[in-house]
Design a protein around this ligand. Structure first.
Ligand SMILES: CC(C)(COP(=O)(O)OP(=O)(O)OC[C@H]1O[C@@H](n2cnc3c(N)ncnc32)[C@H](O)[C@@H]1OP(=O)(O)O)[C@@H](O)C(=O)NCCC(=O)NCCS
Length: 189
């Protein structure tokens, strides 16, 4: 399985626009904490932040040299050694084939072994059972004191914060090294 990660700051304008289209597609936005339409202006403000600040990073996931999704870190805090993260595979026909697991392994390796952080967190909507199952497989736990609600299509939906620590990673790394550590590179700064 050939999976690579390209820092979005090195991507062409067409690819950057493709990412905006992915993010505005309901097959992605329905799982995201915010689902408003992202204008070109908002997208370029986000890119500007990636260029000028150290608090966020994003990589395009490439499968067999084709762009298929995005993985990102946000609210990176070098003092507390914590970061939030998120990802998606835009091509639905490529979900459920292990690419998400390889990507999560690589993100955890980057956050815990390269940045030497202590914790990573993510927000998961209660109806996203696939993502929740996946996070649990990688040692994430629900922060039950930190649950809030958003409204989607007139319905209230709970949003869970899930977290995983460096200690959890050391365990997960041993468990999954031979299964998911199959891409050569690491995410780069
Ligand atoms: C979440 C997502 C990135 C997972 O990527 P993926 O490549 O499909 O994941 P994998 O194939 O590696 O599967 C990882 C785990 O997810 C769970 N999973 C995957 N597909 C599933 C399904 N159809 N039903 C239930 N669980 C499923 C399983 O726990 C699986 O592990 P297993 O294969 O050992 O049982 C992908 O489904 C996606 O892009 N979803 C939309 C966006 C999104 O929800 N992002 C996360 C926001 S919190």
């Amino acid at each position: 399985m050939t999976i690579d990660y390209e820092n979005i700051l090195n991507a062409s304008d067409d690819l950057i626009e493709l990412v905006r289209n992915w993010r505005n597609n309901n097959n992605i936005s329905q799982y995201m904490y915010t689902n408003h339409y992202i204008t070109k202006e908002e997208h370029y403000q986000w890119l500007e932040k990636l260029k000028t600040k150290t608090t966020a990073k994003a990589w395009i996931i490439q499968f067999k040299r084709n762009p298929i999704g995005l993985v990102s870190l946000s609210n990176i805090d070098f003092k507390k050694k914590t970061t939030e993260w998120g990802f998606y595979i835009a091509d639905e026909s490529l979900r459920g084939k292990g690419i998400g697991s390889v990507t999560l392994y690589k993100v955890m390796e980057y956050v815990f072994d390269i940045l030497h952080f202590q914790m990573m967190t993510t927000l998961v909507l209660e109806n996203n059972s696939v993502a929740m199952k996946m996070y649990e497989k990688f040692g994430f736990k629900k922060d039950i004191k930190n649950v809030f609600q958003i409204e989607r299509n007139g319905k209230k939906i709970a949003v869970f914060t899930m977290w995983v620590s460096k200690d959890d990673w050391n365990h997960i790394k041993r468990k999954f090294k031979n299964i998911y550590n199959i891409t050569l590179g690491t995410l780069n700064g």
